[in-house]
Write a new protein. Sequence first.
Lengths: 247, 247
Amino acid sequence: MASMKHKKAEQTRARILSAALPLMLEGGYEKMTMRAIAKQAGLSPGAAYYYFETKEHIIHAFYAQTHEEHRLACREVLDQAKTLQDRLKGVVQAQIRISQPYHAVSKALFKVAADPNHTLSPFSDDSRELRHRAMALFDEVVRGSKTKVSAPLADYLPGLLWMFHMGIVLFWVHDSSPQQEKTWRFIDRTVPLLIQLIRLSKLPFFGSALQAAIALLDDFQFLRLPAADAREPEVENDTTAPPLRGS
Amino acid sequence: MASMKHKKAEQTRARILSAALPLMLEGGYEKMTMRAIAKQAGLSPGAAYYYFETKEHIIHAFYAQTHEEHRLACREVLDQAKTLQDRLKGVVQAQIRISQPYHAVSKALFKVAADPNHTLSPFSDDSRELRHRAMALFDEVVRGSKTKVSAPLADYLPGLLWMFHMGIVLFWVHDSSPQQEKTWRFIDRTVPLLIQLIRLSKLPFFGSALQAAIALLDDFQFLRLPAADAREPEVENDTTAPPLRGS
DNA sequence: AAAGATTTTTGAACATGTTTAAAGTACCGT
DNA sequence: ACGGTACTTTAAACATGTTCAAAAATCTTT
């Protein structure tokens, strides 16, 4: 097990990732074989498995990396934009901008993500930490804006916005228009719609329907953002995987 | 290539499927190895590949089979129920009822389905026929009801209902509550909500928002149901795969 | 029924993800 | 420096999805 007491371990881990990414970019998921990665990193295949439980865990590490990039890019947005609409749009656009270089490859990423079965799905328990970190971003989107949200919705709004965000990414993955321009237009169109919906939800008019809709969400526990003090502490540039097998 | 000029071919195909399903039910997707299937069917592994391009194509055949079952079960519903709500709920419930025996296994099914990359995803070109057949069902749901739907929405409603239906299935796949009771409750709650939303959409109040929302859907071409006369003719109990490799 | 063409089956081979026992290396306390 | 402990690496092996050239079976034509 890679306990990293000896710091060389972390380097090796990073080396494997650095070896894997170009292979992925060149030949896609299939061509990125464990043997090729190992050779490129100057290791035997078995060693790679010492650091990554599975080939797909390498993908997951990429996922975590771009998530960090995204968080960084969001700081800027969240410091500037004041309205809920601008903040939301900014955060979502940042994600797409960050991911652009990897578009050709992201289908493989999403393949892992979309599989409900899989430990590495964003909805799974194993991805909880990453998910919560992403949801915290949307919590900040809401809190930092002047828009007030009524209590029952407020609890779920970060989770809902995260889901919206996942929807955008899903769209983007499928989007084969040049430069993924359709995705940008899609964002421009859906964000205002969503904001409007949130506004409308305040009208007493919607009371009963909203109530019903929110009651539904109780069946989606993973959408709940735990209280800030109960969350895992933020780690500096943590692209580290969970403990490896056997530990 | 399996041209099926000799009718024995179809039998063999069926035999492979019959051999595969129990293996799937017992040990899940992983344990259902091609070698095991072949042995069970009394063939060599290579022969199995003569009939199914890929292991996942076998899964797709299951998918097509339950779809046929579903269509059958829907006839009953669609002959009886008159209101839009009852018809929609009936069709969705039928799907869940049909799929119940396969719940343990459906994650593997959905794994294939959810992968955007994959030829066999319900959103892909290769699945168009199956998808259109499913959407036609929802077209019938709407047409057979007394509810009138305004023109711009009407074009997309079957596709939207199909997506709703896919959402329910997604929920069901994840639902590990006993007997999947959460799914049934989920249906009971979401269907009325959806119906209400359709009703509301008629209010002039919603004009602009609806217009914007519908404009969005132009980017989802796969949601469009082609005109009835342009559709592939219905085939009796067709669980057949598309032409095999090389042809 | 024989020859020819087409469809089906085989069995071995290949590439890849993954496991594992054993060997190698670094660190730590004495 | 030594010995022990924990960490890292290796090479070979395994199971599985898949391919393929050749053989066998079946059908068609003469």
